[in-house]
Design a protein around this ligand. Structure first.
Ligand code: COA
Length: 155
């Protein structure tokens, strides 16, 4: 099935579906919520996976510093997991980072094994000071963060 899955940059036409996927996981506490306005403002940072013209996954790449980006909002809709689509999205995002000549791609996640399969290694969270000031201040778990930091170096 993965042969017919395509990954592309998102457009404003995708906002409603992106919102649904992210809200679904935000309700489960495994993703930070994004408003439609935020999605519109940040749409250029998003990529989507499609199968038969149906949007089945998404992810985004946020700049945290001169040499560091973070993968955020990575999610596959139920029924499509475990078929290589998350891996394709990560590959696409890593290529985007490479094009921007950024050497460090990180994520904060509960899905450590998935990221390790995609070439990331576990690192201490405190090596990412920029991250703390950008997004964690809006998170309910700011003072009790239980996510794991993973990093892929492209140099
Ligand atoms: C995490 C997520 C994006 C992975 O996407 P996916 O399409 O299911 O993953 P893939 O099929 O590309 O898996 C790639 C590899 O990782 C492995 N993998 C995926 N999820 C795994 C898990 N939870 N535990 C262990 N291994 C896992 C797969 O077995 C596969 O290994 P293989 O290449 O040896 O077969 C998806 O499960 C998801 O949407 N989860 C909920 C949202 C979430 O937690 N997002 C992460 C936020 S940072």
């Amino acid at each position: 099935m993965t042969a017919t899955v395509t990954v592309r940059k998102a457009s404003t036409d995708d906002i409603e579906k992106l919102y649904d996927i992210i809200q679904g996981y935000a309700r489960q506490g495994i993703m930070l919520p994004r408003t439609r306005e935020m999605l519109e403002e940040q749409i250029e940072t998003f990529v989507v996976a499609e199968f038969d013209n149906v949007l089945i996954g998404c992810g985004s790449l946020t700049r945290l510093g001169p040499d560091l980006v973070e993968i955020r909002s990575l999610g596959i809709t139920q029924g499509y997991k475990g078929q290589g689509i998350g891996g394709k999205l990560v590959d696409f995002l890593v290529e985007e980072a490479r094009k921007q000549q950024i050497v460090k791609v990180m994520a904060l996640t509960y899905e450590v094994a998935f990221f390790q399969k995609n070439g990331f290694t576990v690192v201490p969270k405190d090596i990412f000071p920029e991250k703390v000031w950008r997004d964690c201040i809006h998170c309910k778990k700011q003072y009790c963060c239980d996510e794991i930091a993973v990093l892929k170096r492209l140099d």
